[in-house]
Design a protein around this ligand. Structure first.
Ligand code: B4P
Length: 193
């Protein structure tokens, strides 16, 4: 079983690349952003609580996100491998994920970190905001708040996995296909022959 974390700041292309990776490798895609947005669309209590944080560009509390991930892992005992997109985003989430995977006798195989400059991130997200209808993409102030949350709370997640030698950095600027092929190159090295 191969479990991959696709990591990077908001707008670095995690969602974009995940779509291509799950098609190629048949991983079970687990995006906390998508899960939260579907709770919001369904007007569930968890979604209503999460929206108040997301609209301000803040991270949703760990307890909410960890509970959601735990349910999806339990619901997919047959998965050949998971692609975690946008999770973990704090050290507490990383520790919780390791414990959940250990219970299932598996672990993270590879941590792929997309690197993109701040100017490019802001440009991409403002551009997506023109059509996505996402309230967290519409103004630059909220986008900058998301980047600050990333710097303050999420960057430490890469340090956490570095201690286990699982981190590979990938240049996240260039064409979508170029970045995809760099990601595949690293994943293929981990694939059983
Ligand atoms: P997410 O849904 O995870 O999304 P994201 O960080 O905004 O973007 P992503 O990196 O996936 O970018 P994308 O591919 O779409 O998070 C949203 C919010 O949910 C968070 O702010 C937080 O509040 C909450 N949340 C989620 N997970 C959480 C957790 N674990 N804990 C707490 N809170 C959590 O790309 C962006 C744009 O760039 C797109 O328009 C795309 O077309 C474009 N693009 C992609 N690659 C490109 C390239 N190579 N060149 C040019 N443009 C490109």
């Amino acid at each position: 079983m191969i479990n991959i974390i696709l990591f990077g700041p908001p707008g670095s292309g995690k969602g974009t690349q995940s779509e291509k990776l799950i098609e190629k490798y048949n991983f079970r895609h687990l995006s906390t952003g998508d899960l939260l947005r579907s709770e919001i669309a369904a007007k569930k209590p968890l979604g209503i609580e999460a929206k108040s944080f997301m609209d301000k560009g803040q991270l949703v509390p760990d307890s909410i996100v960890i509970g959601m991930i735990s349910s999806v892992l339990d619901a997919n005992p047959q998965a050949k491998g998971f692609l975690f997109d946008g999770f973990p985003r704090t050290k507490a989430q990383s520790q919780a994920l390791d414990a959940l995977l250990k219970d299932k006798h598996t672990e993270i195989s590879l941590f792929l970190a997309l690197e993109v400059s701040e100017d490019e991130l802001v440009k991409r997200l403002l551009n997506r905001g023109l059509t996505s209808g996402r309230s967290d993409d519409v103004n630059e102030e909220i986008i900058r708040a998301r980047i600050i949350e990333y710097e303050n709370k999420t960057m430490v997640v890469a340090d956490y996995y570095k201690q286990y030698n699982k981190v590979v950095t990938i240049k996240g600027e260039g064409s979508i296909n170029e970045i995809f092929s760099s990601l595949c190159h690293e994943i293929d090295k981990k694939m059983p022959l």
